[in-house]
Design a protein around this ligand. Structure first.
Ligand SMILES: Nc1nc2c(ncn2[C@@H]2O[C@H](COP(=O)(O)OP(=O)(O)OP(=O)(O)O)[C@@H](O)[C@H]2O)c(=O)[nH]1
Length: 918
């Protein structure tokens, strides 16, 4: 299919060739003239550049339905400002009413170009030449004779390579084609060029006539020889590069000899300027076989393969070449994998519209965009895989270790239980009740320590059985923790208040448990309360595949009262029955311990303390351990009775002292061979974490956004510092905050987070980064409040996560730019027109709806069509000026310079109202 020409595309889009050419040149695409051909990507780009201009340019005789006031109806008086309110609003309406009137019939705008904005200036300066008829005139001109809303008057997208957002290659969106039609592209360093001046190969078949970066698809591909070296401006001087024998790739700027079949011969004289080819008479000669060395061919092939973006060449993948990168990888990491200089990738990314340094962590989307550009399929290694690979570097393969265990190695262990449920359904109370039900603690004085998990013992079928409970009851904002919790959990107790029923978090909790394949025991709580209806709960839950045993299902429902301690033993029995029925509760105690940190905090006296749940192996005092990014040596271990313990077997929770920092809830821990290994693993994890969080938190900002933000002198980012009493809460709060959907206009960044009181350092950081400090269940340390007051740092303290979320959300909404919508405030009908030499035409009106207010913006409609917009300049009741006139009253309205009014016209007033964001 023949390639389309500029004027064809211009016509299709509905703009003039000149405008299109100007736009393309803005976009970095060079086109010579209206009859130049365009490559498909350039065509796409062109069309994208005029998003509002669909459809062909109007024929002069065709009325523009959308914008003409009265399609088809001749309106001899001055053409009205037309169309979109936002267009017309600021327009000086009817400033030159005498403009073209009907006088221009003899000077029709005959071509699409004439009617298009490119002729705007011409039309403005010679109004009589503009509209051919009233219809055409109203379509393309306003009252002053200047073209009204034609496509290019619509807001134009700023030119940017690759469409609006280069990081989300949309379907059909063209990828940037640097160098496409642009012969002015910088040369690619190191790219094999055409022969150098004086090289004997000049003009030979091996010579590549294309300009650096030119692909075979350049406009030169149309076989139209450019005037070679005589072309003004642009190329690197390539005096000898003119020999375009048929075998050579025609590129833009192909020399005089680049005579593809059907091309026009270059003018001889100009051709001479192209270099030696013409001079040596080898113009367009046939290629001589074998003249191109294998090496040259190879280089040429590689060059075809290697995209040149921003003047750099990168070896290209085949579009599906997998490339594994860890989270938070940098351009340097990418560059290492494909063996290029990181700086080239910086350049490529820059040309994709994003700035990053070689050592900056980038997010997955950015890598995906870069990969797509370069032909690589980027796979970001999951955190789990990353950690697995990291541990393998230290000779630790936990999966293999488990797989290698035989029946002989395994011993029975207690089940691990998590209590979940909706807010206020009694999770905490139930955990308390269970704690009290411990047959052993009854004698020992009860569980004294809340360490995040505890074990209770129960006489069950003649033996004393232990059950481990994770002591962190659920809450919606703790979803992240709970999701992790489900991994250590063997059985979930779903608490549902009998007086309340199944609630959103009940469903969420059971979804978590079901997704993790964790069997559920339902504790129907608060049966002591009036109005309790345990049967209803059973019935409600059948909808969620929890069918009670008594209804023929497999789920055990136990009616309990946490406050009264009713049926707690039965609940424990149900847990054991459920565990025994479907679970293999065995672990190997005879190896180094592996497990999970269930809670951790910074203790004033003891430093970082972490409650860990041993999952396999045995943890002993003196072991070198690493938990997430924390490491250390177990100095002491305590159980929930605050007793020192020497060792902890599988499913045993213990509080460990001796770590150098506070791990996060849900971090896995393991015992390493020695302190050094533990430290190295922790450090590597920390580096990986830091990189990942940098990538996650990095503000994604395109060049355009950045420029705009800088122009406006503000970058809308809300920086937060989160401090909490326990790491789990901090993490949950952070996740919940980052999950707030605030759209693109505001960015939320957590610049620092930590466990413990708000310190001077936090305030200092907040001062530097203009951050707000959120404290969850913590208070400021001594004198910190004073410092914050002095520095004007906003510190907010919460004990309920929701409150914090609400506040931050509101703050964010405050920062959001307001959205406006147009609201009609009144409408009046013109009953009579009074001519006044002083005020122009005065409309004698009857207010039909609402209120007409002086100075309001008004829209004048006739027969349902908008014929103009103006400001309600004068408003009178009889002889007196009025500020407003209400429905049902008569008034006189003057619309300033807008005089084109008729009896029967409607004047609608409107205002722009800020709409609160939901
Ligand atoms: N009458 C009665 N009240 C109960 C029972 N269990 C809990 N409650 C009350 O219900 C309220 C909420 O109990 P919590 O244990 O704090 O509930 P929760 O699910 O832990 O709540 P969150 O921690 O906010 O998620 C408290 O006022 C309890 O006293 C019960 O069995 N009977």
């Amino acid at each position: 299919m023949a390639k389309p020409r500029v004027h064809e595309i211009a016509k299709e889009i509905g703009v003039s060739s000149k405008d299109l050419m100007a736009k393309l040149s803005e976009l970095g695409e060079y086109v010579k003239g209206p009859s130049s051909t365009l490559e498909a990507p350039v065509v796409r780009k062109a069309k994208e550049a005029f998003p509002n201009a669909t459809g062909p340019a109007p024929e002069p005789s065709t009325p523009k339905v959308a914008s003409a006031p009265k399609p088809g109806a001749p309106r001899p008086p001055a053409p009205k400002p037309a169309v979109a309110p936002e267009e017309a609003a600021p327009a000086p309406a009817a400033s030159a009413p005498a403009a073209p009137a009907g006088s221009s019939a003899g000077a029709p705008a005959t071509t699409a170009d004439a009617a298009s904005p490119s002729n705007k200036s011409a039309a403005a300066s010679a109004p009589q030449a503009a509209p051919a008829s009233a219809d055409a005139a109203t379509a393309s001109t306003d009252a002053s004779g200047t073209p009204a809303a034609t496509p290019s008057d619509m807001p134009r997208p700023r030119p940017r390579p690759g469409g609006n957002n280069p990081f989300q290659p949309r379907e059909g969106a063209p990828r940037p084609r640097p160098g496409g039609n642009n012969p002015f592209q910088a040369p690619r360093p190191g790219a094999p060029r055409g022969p150098r001046p004086g090289a004997p190969a000049a003009g030979s078949p091996g010579a590549r006539p294309g300009a650096p970066g030119a692909r075979p698809s350049g406009p030169g591909g149309a076989g139209r020889p450019a005037p070679g070296g005589a072309r003004p401006g642009g190329f690197v001087p390539r005096t000898g590069a003119a020999g375009g024998a048929p075998g050579s790739r025609p590129g833009f700027g192909g020399g005089p000899g680049a005579a593809a079949p059907g091309s026009r011969p270059a003018a001889g004289s100009r051709g001479r300027g192209g270099g030696t080819a013409g001079a040596f008479g080898r113009q367009g000669g046939r290629p001589t076989r074998g003249r191109k060395s294998k090496r040259a061919k190879r280089a040429e092939y590689e060059q075809q393969q290697a995209p040149s973006i921003g003047g750099v060449q990168i070896p290209r993948g085949d579009g599906n070449t997998p490339l594994r990168l860890r989270r938070g990888a940098t351009l340097s990491d990418f560059a290492d994998k494909i063996d290029v200089n990181p700086a080239s990738l910086v350049t490529v990314l820059f040309h994709l519209g994003e700035m990053a340094t070689a050592t900056q962590s980038l997010d997955e989307d950015t890598f995906a965009a870069l990969g797509a550009e370069l032909g690589y399929r980027i796979e970001i290694v999951s955190p789990e895989d990353e950690d697995k690979e990291l541990l393998e570097d230290f000779g630790l393969d936990l999966e293999a270790e488990l797989a290698a265990e035989t029946d002989d190695d395994l011993e029975a262990r207690p089940p691990v239980v998590t209590v979940m449920g909706h807010v206020d359904h009694g999770k905490t109370r139930l955990l308390d009740a269970i704690r009290k039900a411990d047959v052993v603690s009854g004698e020992a004085g009860g569980i004294t320590q809340h360490i995040g998990a505890y074990q209770v013992r129960r006489e069950h079928e003649g033996t004393t059985r232990a059950i481990t409970f994770i002591d962190t009851p659920g809450h919606e904002a703790f979803t992240a923790m709970r999701a992790r919790g489900a991994r250590v959990t063997d059985v979930a107790i779903l608490v549902v208040a009998a007086d309340d029923g199944v609630m959103p978090q009940t469903i969420e909790a059971l979804n978590h448990a079901q997704a993790a394949n964790v069997p559920i025991v339902v504790a129907v709580n608060k049966i002591d309360k009036e109005g309790a209806n345990p049967g209803k709960i059973r019935q409600q839950l059948t909808e969620y595949n929890l069918v009670a045993e008594e209804y023929g299902g497999e789920t055990i429902f136990v009616d309990v009262s946490a406050t009264k301690g009713l049926n707690i033993q039965e609940l424990l029995d149900a847990v054991l029955l459920t565990a025994d029925a479907g679970l293999d509760l065995r672990a190997n105690p005879n190896k180094d311990a592996r497990g999970v940190a269930v809670e951790a905090h910074l203790d004033r006296g003891r430093g970082p303390v972490a409650t860990v749940l041993v999952q396999s192996g045995t943890l002993r005092v003196g072991d070198a351990i690493v938990a997430g990014t924390a490491y250390g040596r177990v100095r002491a271990m305590f159980n929930e009775y605050d007793e020192l313990v020497e060792e902890a077997l599988p499913a045993r929770p213990v509080m460990v002292i001796g770590l150098t920092s506070v791990p996060r809830a849900g971090d896995s821990f393991l015992v390493a061979d020695d302190d050094r290994t533990a430290r190295q693993i922790a450090e590597k994890r920390e580096a990986a974490d830091r990189a990942a969080s940098l990538a996650k938190r990095r503000k994604r900002i395109s060049l355009e956004d950045l420029t705009k933000a800088i122009e406006e002198g503000k970058v809308d980012t809300l920086n937060l510092i989160i401090k909490g009493d326990v790491s789990g809460a901090v993490e949950a709060l952070e996740d919940a905050l980052l999950a707030i959907d605030v759209g693109d206009s505001v960015d939320l960044r957590v610049i620092h987070r930590g466990v413990g009181a708000v310190t001077q350092n936090d305030v200092n950081l907040a001062t530097v980064d203009n951050a707000i400090i959120i404290g969850f269940n913590v208070r400021p340390a001594e004198r910190v409040q004073e410092l914050a007051d002095r520095e004007g740092v906003d510190m907010r303290f919460y004990s309920v996560i929701y409150r914090a979320l609400e506040d931050v959300e509101a703050a964010l909404k405050g920062m959001l730019k307001p959205e406006y919508e147009e609201r009609q405030t009144g409408a009046a009908e013109i009953m009579e027109i009074f001519r006044s030499s002083k005020f122009g035409n005065i409309a004698g009106c009857l207010v039909r709806e609402g209120t007409m207010k002086r100075n309001a913006r008004v829209r004048i409609t006739r027969g349902g069509n908008v014929i103009g917009e103006a400001s309600l300049d004068t408003l009178r009741r009889f002889k007196d000026d009025a500020t407003e006139v209400r429905e049902g009253f008569e008034c006189g309205i003057g619309l300033g310079k807008f005089n084109d009014i008729q009896v029967g016209d409607r004047i609608e007033s409107f205002e722009m109202v800020e709409i609160p964001r939901s």
